[in-house]
Write a protein that binds this ligand. Sequence first.
Ligand SMILES: [Zn+2]
Length: 276
Amino acid sequence: MLPTQVQLESKPCPICVKLDDQIILTRRDHLHNLPGEFTVVRCWNYSLMRTNPLPTPETIEFYYPDDDGPYKQSKISSKSLSEDSKLLWKRLVKNFLEFEFNQNKLPDLAPSRMLEVGCASGKFLHQMANRGWEVEGIKFSETASEVAHSLGYKVHTGSLETAPEPEQKYDLVVAWMVLEHLHDPILVLKKLHNWVAPDGWLVLSVPNGASWDFSLFKNAWYSLHFPHHLYHYTPQTLGTILELSGCKMTCVLHQRFLYDLIASMGYSLEDRGYKN
Ligand SMILES: [Zn+2]
């Protein structure tokens, strides 16, 4: 049953603007065990997978009970998992795996001007500032840590739509695990494309809907993040979306998130009736 405060809308594929889809899977919210079931569909024409119908932008906050907003970076998994991973050893393993393997990759660039979209606590801004970058951020929730502000970084709080146009374009714009949360990814990518200097870089990370993990775990795949993730990109569909936004995809790198694998195995076992 869908809670009364949530409204769903059916949106066509943003590439072909059609509702011409194949149903891939259905699943409930697994992050917070909130009511409601969601379906992933795949467009027959362009293969883009999306959650449809999906909660409207005005009501999707219901599925973010921590009030941390629909745009977050790696904090998404940290927060959600720390809640359902109540045992200390689980937290220790998770922290170790994140530390060991979850390094965001960047082109080899000389420090210049950078914007991070979805900068949350400001951890990445701080890392880049320490490497000589002039950093700015956009965070989407007041509840995210105020560390970035307290360290003196320029951070806009609010949606991308309300973010002021930069006085000067950025040489690097990064968005770690943000794009899959956006209701209108093409609109946002067009805006970001416009904010990047002509020789600059837009660097994104998204879960890989073409990964073997997804093929193996299907609706128990941890990175579905239902219903937070509205689009489930593959390198091919991401390339198409970027192209439509005026960007050119030049490089695809794969990251291995070992904790996601463990979490998927956990979901899979839970679905089979095992409880921890
Ligand atoms: Zn389509």
